[in-house]
Design a protein around this ligand. Structure first.
Ligand code: 5GP
Length: 143
């Protein structure tokens, strides 16, 4: 027989505690990302390319003459490190579609950026590659 460690909170205590805060955080995390909502047609976006597992859209706030986002359809991976570890073939598909749309919407040369973590400017935690192309106007690594 298993025993449950006694707590100060009785079974009918409904005041929020650490567990309910954790559940609230989990709910927030499981809400569809903006990119999933675009993929499902809930939010409009210009789709500029697609493969079986990846799609590409134009960024709503372009930081370069050509600024596209290449996004795995699955929301499973939050950033490129998780994607590389979890599904290297899918990462290869992302890079392939980036190359295709850079050839179609620019001259084929492009910069590929994966912001990884809030401190690096990541705001959407559904992995995506920024494809920056056109006249990038400088030779630094920054955007
Ligand atoms: P991050 O900051 O996570 O690296 O990149 C998120 C990108 O998504 C930003 O460049 C932002 O402009 C773009 N973005 C955010 N919301 C939307 C949207 O509703 N539609 C499109 N097309 N891009 C979006």
């Amino acid at each position: 027989m298993t025993s449950v460690a006694p707590t100060s909170r009785g079974p009918c205590d409904t005041t929020p505690g650490p567990m309910s805060e954790a559940v609230t955080r989990l709910d927030a995390m499981s809400e569809p990302s903006i990119f999933t909502r675009i993929l499902q047609g809930e939010i409009p976006a210009e789709i500029v390319g697609e493969t079986e597992n990846v799609f590409a859209i134009r960024d709503i706030a372009p930081q370069a003459p050509v600024h596209l986002l290449v996004i795995p359809k699955t929301p499973q991976y939050r950033n490129v490190v998780e994607l590389a570890a979890g599904d290297p073939d899918l990462l290869t598909e992302v890079v392939g579609l980036a190359n295709t749309v850079a050839a179609e919407y620019a001259d084929g040369d492009f910069r590929l950026v994966f912001n990884t973590g809030e401190g690096a400017g990541q705001t959407v935690f559904h992995v995506h590659a920024h494809v920056l192309a056109g006249d990038l106007n400088e030779k630094s690594l920054g955007g």
